[in-house]
Each structure stands twice: as structure tokens, then as C-alpha cells.
Design a protein around this ligand. Structure first.
Ligand code: NAP
Length: 307
């Protein structure tokens, strides 16, 4: 397999794994209605672009997405060593797949973290997760107990590194004081600016931890027809389209370059099941916007100029 150098790679933390800066997000995998063989082809096409890192969660696709990936990896076991696997735990959904759950809630107990990670490994038919993330901050999280779970999973070789998702800087620092964390996976896009200004990315930069960015295209709202009445969407689209014509680049590439060039070195998760969209994402690693272009987009999103 020829690895094009379209997608760059980065060590995500001083003591952390090396990941592709574009990460294959599989939240929507069950919606794509791919056969197992089509899933294998999709993984191979992503790999050819240099997208080697996969983002999963126990709950994706109503607890089915990891199994769908596992079916593909069983068909093409040679892909396992070429991929890095991220999964998450800590949310309990009401689901026919989990009949014991009576209310949707968080569970960051030692027992649940360990059981969920072991189940992710079985479902994906792999032996080790590269990173396990706590999916959402749990008001009942006990940092000592979570660190014990992490230590157990690390010592048994089941998980290499640990991180969090959707944590505030204070929550991140609490857990990082007990156990080294390699990332915070957060929402950031031209339709969602808070992590730029609430200290989330500042802390990542301070600790040299690369954030992982979800819904980097606003969950598709940047391009979806049904979102066309939202004034923020309209403002951002207008500037994206103007820059797209000026720079001769797809609008989605520009929207992702805008994120990638933040000095905290973010990784961007894709959410599309189309290889053409993955190519546009991969291309984003090859371009840096000028400061003026970057701020034109920020101003369009914020609906105001800078002070
Ligand atoms: P996104 O890239 O913002 O949105 C993807 C959606 O946009 C897809 O439905 C896609 O549809 C649509 N889309 C429309 N035009 C597109 C274009 N030109 N290029 C690409 N996509 C386009 O990402 P997301 O799916 O919301 O999230 C990405 C990943 O982040 C998920 O898979 C998951 O791994 C992760 N995530 C994490 C959390 C968390 O709490 N940690 C939360 C949400 C998601 P098509 O398939 O038709 O292209």
C-alpha cells in the first residue's frame, strides 16, 4: 500500500502516541449501511490518504459501531497493525443492547471503565487500545478511583494511554494530577468557537497536549441545506465560498485548515462516510491560511470584528 504524505502525523503528548492529524471518526458508521467488505475498502482508502487513526466509542451506533469495525478487521486482519485505535467509555445509554440501564447516566467507576474497555477490545477484535478516553465529565468522578482503573488497564497491556473528552480545564487538571492524560477531545468549528476562548486550547498548548476536535464541520451544518436559515451559518458560508474561489480549495478543506493551524496542534476527526470528503479533509494538512484569512472566518463566525 502506498502511503501518500497528504496527512501529516504528530506525537500527541510528550509521553504519548503518534497519530495522523486527520482521524477517522466512526460515530456514524452504522448509518452508512456498508457491507463488511465495503468497510474494509473504506479503511484501506483512508489508509492510502495517511489517515491511520480511528475514533470510536462504546456507545456509537447504539453500541454497534465497534462490532461493525471488528467485522471488517476480521476480514482484513493485516490492517490492525497499520491503525491506531481510540475509544471512549463513561456514558450509559438506554438501549436494547443494554437492558439493565434504567436511566441515561455517566459511570466512571473503576469497574465500569475496565469492563467497558475490555468490551471495546472484544467488539473491535483487537488486543490493545492506543488511547481510552472518558467520554464526558461525570459529576461523581473520583480521580483516585479512575487512576486506579487506568493503571490496571495499562499494566495488563489492554490500553496504552488515557485521555478525556469534553472536559473543562479545571476537570482536566484534576484528573491529570492523578494520572498522565494525552488529549482532550472537544467540539470546535467555525460554528462553535468556545474552546478558543475559554482556556481549553490554552491548557492544551501549555501542557503540549494535542486536542482532538469533533464536529469540525459543525456536524455537517456548514454544508447542509436545512441549516440555511441560521445567520451564523450564512455568514460563515459566504466567507468560506469566497475563500474557496480565491484559493481554489474546497470549502471543507479551508474550514479544517482553519482548525489545524491553531498552535495547540489539533487533530481533526472526520465524520463522513464518503471517501471524497476524507480527501478534502486530508488536503487540509497541506495548507495554511494567512492571518487575515483566518480572522475573516473568525469574524464571520463571531458576527463581529475583534476589539
Ligand atoms: P463533522 O465532520 O462535523 O460532520 C460530519 C457530517 O457532515 C456527516 O453527516 C457528513 O455527511 C456531513 N457533511 C456534509 N457535507 C460534508 C462535507 N463537505 N465534508 C464532510 N462532511 C460533510 O463531524 P461529526 O460526524 O459530527 O463528528 C466527527 C467525529 O467526531 C465522529 O465520528 C466521532 O468519532 C467524534 N465525535 C466525538 C464526540 C465526543 O463527545 N467526543 C461527539 C461527536 C462526535 P456525509 O457522510 O454524507 O458526507
Amino acid at each position: 500500500m502506498i502511503h501518500s504524505s497528504l496527512v501529516s502525523r504528530i506525537q500527541i503528548a510528550p509521553q504519548g502516541p503518534e497519530f495522523s492529524r486527520i482521524v477517522l471518526g466512526l460515530w456514524r458508521l452504522a448509518d452508512w449501511r456498508m457491507s463488511p467488505q465495503e468497510r474494509v475498502t473504506f479503511l484501506k482508502q483512508a489508509l492510502e490518504l495517511g489517515i491511520t487513526t480511528i475514533d470510536q466509542a462504546d456507545i456509537y451506533g447504539d453500541y454497534q459501531s465497534e462490532t461493525l469495525l471488528g467485522e471488517a478487521l476480521q476480514l482484513a486482519p493485516e490492517l490492525r497493525d497499520k491503525l491506531q485505535f481510540v475509544s471512549k467509555c463513561g456514558i450509559k445509554l438506554i438501549s436494547t443492547a443494554r437492558p439493565a440501564h434504567r436511566i441515561q447516566h455517566y459511570d466512571t467507576s473503576r469497574a465500569h471503565i475496565i469492563a467497558s474497555a475490555e468490551n471495546s477490545l472484544r467488539s473491535m477484535r483487537i488486543e490493545q487500545l492506543d488511547v481510552l478516553l472518558i467520554h464526558r465529565p461525570d459529576p461523581l468522578m473520583n480521580a483516585d478511583e479512575m487512576a486506579e482503573a487506568f493503571e490496571h488497564l495499562q499494566q495488563s497491556g489492554k490500553v496504552r494511554y488515557f485521555g478525556v473528552s469534553n472536559f473543562t480545564p479545571a476537570q482536566f487538571e484534576l484528573l491529570a494530577a492523578r494520572f498522565p492524560l494525552v488529549t482532550n477531545q472537544v467540539e470546535l468549528s467555525l460554528l462553535h468557537l468556545p474552546p478558543l476562548h475559554d482556556g481549553t486550547l490554552d491548557l492544551c498548548q501549555k501542557l503540549r497536549i494535542a486536542p482532538m476536535i469533533w464536529s469540525a464541520l459543525g456536524g455537517g451544518d456548514l454544508f447542509r441545506e436545512s441549516a440555511t436559515t441560521d445567520p451564523q451559518v450564512l455568514r460563515v458560508r459566504e466567507v468560506l465560498n469566497a475563500l474557496s474561489a480565491e484559493l481554489n480549495l474546497p470549502a471543507s478543506t479551508i474550514a479544517l485548515s482553519w482548525i489545524l493551524q491553531h498552535p495547540s496542534h489539533p487533530l481533526v476527526l472526520t465524520g463522513s462516510g464518503r471517501i471524497a470528503a476524507l480527501k478534502e479533509a486530508a488536503l487540509a494538512c497541506q495548507h495554511t491560511l494567512s492571518r487575515e484569512h483566518w480572522f475573516r472566518l473568525w469574524c464571520a463566525s463571531a458576527g463581529k470584528g475583534v476589539d
